[in-house]
Design a protein around this ligand. Structure first.
Ligand code: UDP
Length: 480
């Protein structure tokens, strides 16, 4: 029975990985009465403490165990426990080194768990959890972040010679062996998993081995969104793939929605009051995720583009400078009738689920992509790095519910205000292509909601996944 199971979750310390894992923890405990232990560090635990405390109050069997990362030992400052607090990409390797040192403390935690652990669900970036699962004789599922389409594209570019056959970074190529015609540049396709240092090469090969040793793959997506790709991914990885999302839809209470991921940089009630005054489907929400840092010049262009478009907007900006702060003060005054600027963290899912929102300018992180789909809104795509370029292609070429801010590949080049204006106007257009995209987006939004309901595909998949774990556990026990 699911209620006899004890899941141990290891979320990667990055918002885009941690937020869905916390949702998964609550779904397992709520719908399936399982016991769940989340293993993370103090700074990260603080970000979702109120959510977990509410879950515990509601009698869900959830606990968080905090482990201290040996930051000083790897040369990271105190508090640098999340990838969004690390000042530069080259320091990521230090956080990976610190994460590696959690293996023994995590083993001690598992040793003391009551009821004993029955399954590990870990981010792929904790490769040592495969050994941990073997030591405890339990299955380990891997949770990796992207949807099946992007996961498959990444698999193809990483496991074939295709990138070596393309000469320059700017050259486009067609992703081989998949149903849709997907063209990306070499630079866009290799933006994920850049392996430039010896340590990273070694880490990536351990991740690959760990993934091969996993007993299944958990994906935050739903069957109806990408049926072909679910199947193709399972074939390519030779593993069971469990699509159990969109997990963000598990959040229905105002507090869960408004506190999801972090404390918001705006009073959530004020935000809702502002939206309540706007016409249905008239507002565009602009947010570029938890990691992307855009330049001051780019902030100006983005702001001016929104201003030119005349569309009401909520714009969340996470990184500002003294110069952009000064500029923003005047800007906010100019656009105050129709623009709301949020500094820091926006309650994204709360905003997206408001009926006044009719479009989303997104950096195409997978969670944001799926949250846009769940809200049933078309999207302006503004990818910045990593798997976001494949997610952009998914939104535009597969789902056909998006418009890019870029006319061609000029990744890294300033996106001009005219391009922002045009893309925003196209996505908010109520006629022609705009209407077609909007209707398609609405349909996907309905499908997403159905998938998460009792009897829906994701709800059912979670049941099948649990059943599979029970069977695997029985096999493991028999073998030993
Ligand atoms: N998010 C949010 N408010 C913000 C920025 C991000 O709630 O101001 C959430 C967003 O809803 C999503 C996650 O953080 O769940 C970001 O994940 P995603 O995969 O979209 O992008 P990443 O931040 O990893 O680039």
């Amino acid at each position: 029975m699911a209620s006899d199971l004890h899941f141990v979750l290891f979320p990667l310390m990055q918002q885009g990985h941690m937020i869905p894992m916390i949702d998964i923890a609550r779904i397992l405990a709520h719908h399936h009465q399982a016991t769940v232990t989340i293993i993370t560090t103090p700074v990260n635990a603080n970000r979702f403490r109120p959510t977990i405390e509410r879950a515990i109050k509601a009698k869900l069997k959830i606990q968080v165990v905090e482990l201290q990362l040996p930051l000083a030992e790897v040369g990271l400052p105190e508090g640098c426990e999340n990838f969004d607090t690390i000042p530069s990409f080259d320091l990521f390797v230090k956080l990976y080194a610190a994460m590696d040192m959690l293996e023994k403390p995590a083993e001690n935690v598992l040793q003391g768990l009551n009821p004993p652990p029955s399954c590990i669900v870990s981010d792929n970036q904790f490769p040592w959890t495969t050994d941990l699962a073997r030591k405890f004789n339990i299955p380990r599922l891997v949770f990796h972040g992207p949807g099946c389409f992007t996961y498959l594209c990444l698999h193809i570019v990483m496991h074939t010679n295709i990138l070596n056959e393309i000469e320059s970074n700017e050259d486009y190529f067609v992703v081989p062996g998949i149903k849709d015609r997907i063209e990306v540049t070499k630079a866009q396709a290799s933006g994920w998993g850049k392996v430039e240092t010896k340590e990273m090469v070694e880490f990536f090969s351990r991740m690959k081995v760990a993934e091969e040793g996993a007993d299944g793959i958990v994906v935050n997506s739903f069957q109806e969104l990408e049926p072909n790709y679910v199947e193709e991914l399972a074939k390519a990885k030779d593993k069971k793939v469990w699509c159990i999302g969109p997990v963000s839809l598990h959040n229905t209470s105002f507090l869960d929605l408004s506190e999801r991921g972090n404390k918001a940089g705006i009073n959530e009630h004020d935000c809702i009051k502002w939206l309540d005054k706007k016409e249905a489907g008239s507002v565009i929400f602009v947010c570029l995720g938890s990691m992307a840092n855009i330049s001051t010049e780019q902030i100006f262009e983005l702001g001016l583009g929104l201003e030119l478009s005349k569309v009401p907007f909520i714009w969340c900006i996470r990184n500002t400078t003294e110069e952009s702060d000064k500029w923003l003060l005047e800007y906010e005054e100019r656009v105050k009738e129709r623009g709301l600027v949020v500094r820091g963290w926006a309650p994204q899912v709360l905003i997206l689920s408001h009926k006044a929102v009719g479009g989303f300018v997104t950096h195409c992180g997978w969670n944001s992509t799926l949250e846009g789909v769940s809200a049933g809104v078309p999207m302006v795509t503004y990818p910045c790095f990593a798997d976001q370029f494949f997610n952009e292609r998914f939104i535009i070429d597969v789902l056909k519910i998006g418009v890019s801010v870029r006319e061609h590949d000029n990744t890294g080049v300033l996106v001009k205000k005219e391009n922002i204006k045009t893309a925003v106007e196209r996505i908010m257009d109520k006629e022609g292509d705009g209407k077609v995209r909007r209707n398609r987006a609405k349909e996907f939004g309905e499908m997403a909601k159905r998938a998460m309901e009792e009897g829906g595909s994701s709800h059912f998949n979670m049941k099948l996944m649990i059943q599979d774990i029970i069977e695997q556990l029985a096999k493991f026990t028999k073998q030993n």
